[in-house]
Design a binder for this molecule. Structure first.
Ligand code: CTP
Length: 358
């Protein structure tokens, strides 16, 4: 990583602290090295401007090259991520917005700013995005776009099946696997819709997000979001298999014993696989124990194209954790993975989809 500091940046922080953090020379002037404005951009996979002031945004939009950073931006031919940060009145200024519009139209990825308290004491849009969001945007910018042109629908998280207005039946799904799949598909250039049950995870940047609560709402969302042009449906959600026969309109009173009759919930996958013009469909099988054959039977029964088996009783796999060990099953065979991050599992599932798609 190479760091370029503008004169203004040097008023806030010393080059030495960024040299220590980046373990590399920090460049501050056009004349630090004879050809830095050509050589630094030529070596970079991505250029990130964080924080991006109104000044550098205006220079970049209009091709002004009067210091090292603006000159490097002009000679750079790769992906650029900018994270604006300034006072909210400056941010909302028409000229600034026009400049941002110009650079976004040239393919620059903008992340933030966030709304909130600003350094000047005022509140509004202008806060620099969280580091994690900037890293997410960088990941998006540098990933090979082998899924571009594909429309992918991913479901994630649990559903809630209400007994009365305050009580529901749900499950332990956190949504992590589905969110990882949606983000990986987005990074690889797909147009992604994420239909999510209740989850504490942050809504991913750059995906169409549909929030649902019950299995009925998820069914409605999936059926209406799956169009003729949908290439792939990934049902990573832990949809309820059963739901209470009816939802009491008022909170049930306490009594010694209450019995709730559970009825089979509508199967969402079958609604889609039953269509004549259907996308490629990937399901998930959460099993307790090494029941890979059972997962394969589920794939055949519901007419899926692929199923991802995971043993949720195994430490480090399944619910709530950041890792997973899975067996990916399709009509050609099985691939068992090591214990991997859910991000890596997501990429493997998408790789397998690409191998299967015409
Ligand atoms: N699924 C669905 N609609 C439901 C329930 C599940 O589309 N009402 C999907 C899930 O999103 C998942 C796959 O079906 O992709 C899981 O298949 P399922 O046979 O329901 O397996 P389990 O949920 O693991 O349940 P069980 O083992 O009890 O059959």
């Amino acid at each position: 990583m190479s760091v370029i500091m503008t004169g203004a940046a040097g008023q806030f922080i010393t080059p030495l602290s960024l040299e220590v953090a980046s373990r590399n020379k920090v460049y501050t002037s056009l004349f630090d090295a004879p050809m830095a404005h050509i050589d630094l951009p030529a070596k970079a996979d991505v250029m990130v401007i964080a924080p991006a002031t109104a000044n550098i945004i205006a220079k970049f939009a209009n091709g002004i090259a009067d210091d090292l950073l603006s000159t490097c931006l002009l000679s750079y031919q790769g992906s650029v991520v900018i994270a604006p940060s300034m006072n909210w009145k400056m941010y909302e200024n028409k000229v600034l917005q026009e400049n941002l519009g110009k650079i976004r139209a040239r393919g620059v990825l903008q992340v933030g700013p966030e709304k909130g308290p600003l350094a000047c004491g005022e509140e509004g849009p202008g806060r620099l995005s969280e580091t994690a969001d900037i890293v997410e945007a960088v990941r998006m910018a540098v990933t090979k776009k082998d899924l571009s042109g594909k429309k992918i629908l991913v479901t994630a998280g649990p559903t809630r099946e209400y007994i009365d207005p305050v009580r529901f039946i749900s499950n332990r799904s956190s949504g992590k696997m589905g969110y990882a799949l949606a983000m990986a598909a987005r990074d690889r250039g797909a147009e992604v819709t994420l239909v999510s049950g209740p989850s504490s995870l942050k809504t991913p940047l750059g995906v169409r997000f549909v929030s649902v609560e019950t299995s009925e709402e998820m069914l409605d969302a999936v059926t209406s979001e799956t169009g003729d042009d949908t290439t792939l449906l990934i049902m990573a959600a832990a949809v309820a298999d059963f739901k209470p026969g009816e939802r009491a309109s008022a909170k049930l009173e306490k009594s010694e014993n209450v019995s709730v009759t559970l009825h089979k919930a509508d199967d969402i996958i079958s609604h889609i696989t039953g269509r004549s013009n259907r996308p490629f469909v990937i399901g998930f099988a959460a099993e307790t124990g090494n029941n890979v054959d059972r997962a394969e039977k589920k794939m055949q029964k519901k007419n899926m194209d692929m199923i991802v088996f995971n043993d949720v009783s195994e430490p480090g796999a399944g619910f709530e954790v950041d890792t997973n060990r899975v067996v990916i099953i399709d009509r050609k065979g099985r691939t068992a993975t090591e214990l991997l991050s859910k991000d890596s599992v997501a990429d493997m599932v998408l790789d397998r989809f690409l191998e299967n798609s015409p």
